[in-house]
Design a protein around this ligand. Structure first.
Ligand code: MN
Ligand code: MN
Ligand code: MN
Length: 275
């Protein structure tokens, strides 16, 4: 079964609209797809209709930002009830947090003589949830860096001046919200935090203690070493295994929709919950 449980539309920082994304998934033969925009969860009726006509099982999802020790950590909520009142509150509060954080990023960049970046990033974000990608685009557009990668390397990446995570809620809080909306909480892209193995193990332990249900054993294309380690963690903490491409748009073939390493057979797949 072809499954992708982590991707973005232009409701957050993805390129394709939800209908374009679902059509693309259909063309790729994907059978189960979770839409997991940052701090947004909407599945419009027309999107469901297209999915049904393409025999795609759509799972309602959301990607929420959290903080753990000194790391910004992402948690994907899968199978959430879109009519949940808690969910509406979460979307509102994370949106506000994003706003405050973006203003803080703008203030910090201003100290480096990069003026007015908040307003410019906000204009680029338009209807989407504002985030670091919009600041990165602004820095490139104004020629302050040569490309997006450099924008992260110099200003926005982990540990840089624009990496503001102090506003995000703790793991327990985020997991609690997802459960209140009848969803399952999955630790997103574990390798992306660049933690040592010991630290990643500690994160998984804390995530389990916080009520976490699963981890993305596979996130896009990764080496066998990484998959093996995630498989170990998945079993050690009795997590469900999830997998997703974290697709944001048809730009890099490395992150194409549905493109990911093979899921180890020994893990309990989270999608069995909805079959
Ligand atoms: Mn993103
Ligand atoms: Mn993420
Ligand atoms: Mn993502």
């Amino acid at each position: 079964m072809k499954v992708d449980l982590h991707c973005h539309t232009n409701l957050s920082d993805g390129v394709l609209s939800p209908t374009e994304l679902v059509r693309y998934a259909g063309a790729l033969g994907i059978e189960m797809l979770a839409l997991t925009d940052h701090d947004r969860a909407d599945i419009l009726p027309e999107v469901s209709t297209i999915a049904r006509s393409l025999s795609i099982q759509l799972i309602a999802g959301i990607e929420l930002s959290s903080q753990w020790c000194k790391s910004g950590v992402h948690i994907v909520g899968l199978g959430i009830a879109l009519d949940s009142e808690v969910l509406q509150q979460v979307v509102a509060s994370q949106t506000q947090t994003r706003e405050m954080r973006a203003q803080e990023i703008g203030e910090r960049l201003a100290k480096l003589n990069i003026e007015d970046s908040y307003a410019q990033a906000k204009a680029i974000a338009a209807q989407s949830q504002i985030g670091r990608p919009h600041f990165a685009q602004h820095l490139v557009a104004t020629g302050q860096v040569k490309d997006i990668k450099t924008a992260y390397k110099k200003y926005l990446g982990a540990g840089k001046v624009g990496d503001v995570k102090s506003f995000w809620p703790q793991l327990e809080e985020v997991v609690g919200w997802i459960h209140a909306a009848n969803g399952h909480a999955v630790l997103a892209h574990p390798a992306k935090y660049k933690l040592t193995r010991r630290k990643l193990d500690a994160l998984c332990r804390d995530f389990k203690d916080a009520g976490g249900d699963g981890i993305e054993v596979v996130s896009g294309m990764q080496t066998k070493d990484v998959t093996d380690y995630h498989e170990q963690l998945c079993k050690k903490y009795s997590f469900y295994a999830s997998c997703g491409s974290d697709f944001h748009g048809p730009v890099s073939s490395w992150h194409d929709l549905g493109k990911m390493s093979v899921m180890p057979m020994s893990c309990a797949p989270v999608w069995e919950l909805w079959r």
